[in-house]
Write a protein that binds this ligand. Structure first.
Ligand code: IFM
Length: 455
């Protein structure tokens, strides 16, 4: 059994996590430069100042992608590298960097999939209110236009925002990500609404600036819900928990991001649960947010099982003792997560190809005495998840792509460099790259279009 023809086998990264060179060639500061410089915010004071030095090593990194046989590479553009102040003057050197990257990818036969925003809000805009300021909608649109005018002739796939759940809920509500604010729920929801409006306006700009063949989506994440058993009652319980569980997992409920975007409305449960904290929804807001998209992106890592209760309600099932887990405690190995995510999402938002815009596993890999990097847990985790995705495809869910997070080990936000997600190991002292066993295994998965995965 294989994946569909022309399946986009890829890997993903984000600018702040790999580029480094934060003060070079005119790049302006972003909220993560500021946050990571504050004591106690990031594990052992790590920052993205150097990261994987990808800014200087892009050529070598594209060569690694070619060796793995990637068909597609998802990367993000650093807004403050293109517009150091967030608005106004364009930094030509910053834009040139991405221009060269796109050309290198195309020369290597790898399709560029570009994300416009993966959390590196320009500090200058944060000081003007950032995502709390509705002007962000226009600022983001202007930035998107600059990038699209330059790259739109060669980039075929675009994503507006990556995981608004993290830069809004973690960044503005819980304070554990940049900019580190702890605002009221009402403020967080107002910023959420501004982020969704920015997404919608950005789609309009991309449609205007790019050829009609451009494929546009976004990359939210969600708490996946997995039926505890194959019974119809548990499947229905998981489906309800997934979309109606607003409040139980806040903005992580997929309907909070995807209903406005794909259906042009917030879920009714949001009004019931959040009441007066719901953002002001202006005339035309939901029309703007729900611009038609071309693919249904989802970042999917883990999940929780759900069981139907005898009274017709549903309950989340605690993970059993001994549950397989990655080195980050939130990352439980839930092998059916991709199957159920693809199935539930395409039921609720039909008609769009499903693209797994991120999925991956965190470990503490090192270079072994034999010179290799042996990461059997990543291979096993990924095989199980991909098997689920292949099953969804076999049952008729239109799956169109999979992007492994990540191409290489990188700056894992508040966790610093201790969690390694890469297919490629990075020695941060020397910047030496080593293909892990998982990279060689993934190369075979790509080569066989998934046929080599266990049944
Ligand atoms: O590293 C992050 C990425 O930036 C967004 N999605 C989840 C990944 C792993 O935590």
């Amino acid at each position: 059994m294989t994946f569909p023809e022309n399946f986009a086998w890829g890997a993903a990264t984000a600018a702040y996590q790999i580029e480094g060179a934060v003060s070079e060639d005119g790049r302006g500061p972003c909220v993560w430069d500021d946050f990571s410089a504050r004591p106690g915010k990031v594990f052992e004071g790590h920052t993205g100042a150097v990261a994987c030095d990808h800014y200087h090593r892009a050529e070598e990194d594209v060569e690694l992608m070619r060796q793995i046989g990637l068909k597609a590479y998802r990367f993000s553009i650093a807004w403050p590298r293109v517009l150091p102040e967030g608005t106004g003057a364009v930094n030509a050197a910053g834009l040139d960097f991405y221009d060269r990257l796109v050309d290198r990818l195309l020369a290597a036969g790898i399709e560029p999939w570009t994300t416009l925003f993966h959390w590196d809000t320009p500090l200058a805009l944060h000081r003007r209110g950032g995502w709390m300021n509705r002007d962000m909608v226009g600022w983001f649109a202007d930035y998107a236009a600059v990038v699209a005018k330059r790259l739109g002739d060669r980039v075929g796939h675009w994503m507006t925002l990556n995981e608004p759940q993290c830069f809004i809920a973690f960044g503005l509500g819980e304070g554990v990500h940049a900019p580190g604010d702890r605002m009221s729920h009402a403020n967080v929801l107002a910023a959420w609404h501004n982020a969704l409006l920015s997404h919608g306006r950005c789609v309009q700009v991309l449609r205007a600036e790019c050829p009609p063949t451009a494929r546009i989506g976004f990359a939210p994440t969600a708490s996946q819900r997995i039926p505890a058993t194959g019974s119809e009652a548990d499947i229905q319980a998981a489906r309800r928990a997934y979309f109606e569980g607003v409040g139980h997992s806040g903005l992580w409920t997929p309907s909070m991001s995807m209903d406005p975007v794909y259906l042009g409305r917030y879920p009714t449960q949001a009004f019931e649960v959040y009441g007066a904290d719901m953002p002001h929804i202006g005339e035309g807001d939901l029309e703007l947010i729900s611009q038609p998209l071309d693919f249904l992106g989802i970042n999917c890592y883990t999940g929780t099982k759900v069981r139907a209760k005898s009274d017709g309600a549903w309950e989340l099932e605690p993970h059993p003792a001994g549950q397989p887990v990655a080195m980050l405690p939130w990352l439980n190995m839930m092998e059916d997560a991709l199957y159920w995510a693809a199935r539930f999402l395409s039921e609720r938002y039909p008609g769009l190809p499903v693209v797994v815009t991120e999925n991956g596993f965190a470990s503490t890999d090192w270079v072994a005495l034999d010179g290799g990097v042996h990461d059997p847990a990543r291979v096993d985790y990924t095989a199980r998840y991909l098997r689920g995705l292949r099953r969804a495809s076999a049952e008729g869910v239109p799956v169109a792509g999979y992007f492994h997070w990540s191409l290489m080990d990188n700056f894992e936000w508040a966790e610093g460099y201790r969690a390694r997600f890469g297919l490629v190991h990075v020695d941060y002292a020397t910047q030496k790259r080593t293909l892990k066993d998982s990279a060689r295994w993934y190369a075979e998965v790509i080569r066989t279009n998934g046929a080599c995965l266990p049944a």
